[in-house]
Design a protein. Structure first.
Length: 163
């Protein structure tokens, strides 16, 4: 069953690139007491993710943060080294916290796993965007087609935060 508005984010240990290493990150600790915009992509360096999704949040990071958001985070079923390189390639290092879900545990715990094995990509995450307030999902958008970004970009999240 997929996570829904009103549900609590499950506690999973992910990896996150720091300026000089890779660190463990507990989702229970990361989301506690904060308002976080979380978005997920099927894969770093893939076309829609790299051309549209991540750049939309990098471009609008300051505006999102000015609306009482404490952090913007991106998760993908990729390792932390790939997400670190992807953040650097897109100028996202100081704007978006990368949450590497290399084994897909977070995607499964959320019910957001995507079987992309038909395209040679294995288990991935569905494309979604959420507002999480003190570990509880308050807003959630999930794309019907993971290859498209129609309702999960920064503009949609900005509109939700402003309403």
């Amino acid at each position: 069953m997929s996570i829904s508005v009103g549900d609590k984010i499950p506690n999973v240990t992910l990896k996150t690139p720091t300026h000089d290493a890779i660190a463990d990150l507990s989702t229970g600790e990361f989301f506690a007491g904060k308002k976080v915009v979380l978005f997920a992509v099927p894969g770093a360096f893939t076309p829609t993710c790299s051309v549209n999704h991540l750049p939309s949040f990098v471009d609008h990071a300051d505006e999102i943060l000015s609306l009482g958001v404490d952090a913007i985070a991106c998760t993908a079923v990729n390792d932390a080294f790939v997400l670190s390189a992807w953040a650097k390639a897109n100028g996202a290092q100081d704007k978006v916290t990368m949450l590497a879900d290399g084994n897909g545990e977070f995607a499964r715990a959320l019910g957001m796993e995507l079987d992309a094995s038909g395209n040679g990509l294995g288990l991935r995450s569905k494309r979604y965007a959420a507002v999480v307030d003190d570990s509880v999902v308050t807003t959630l958008y999930v794309e019907a087609n993971p290859g498209e970004m129609q309702i999960t970009g920064a503009q949609t999240i900005l509109e939700a935060l402003q309403s």
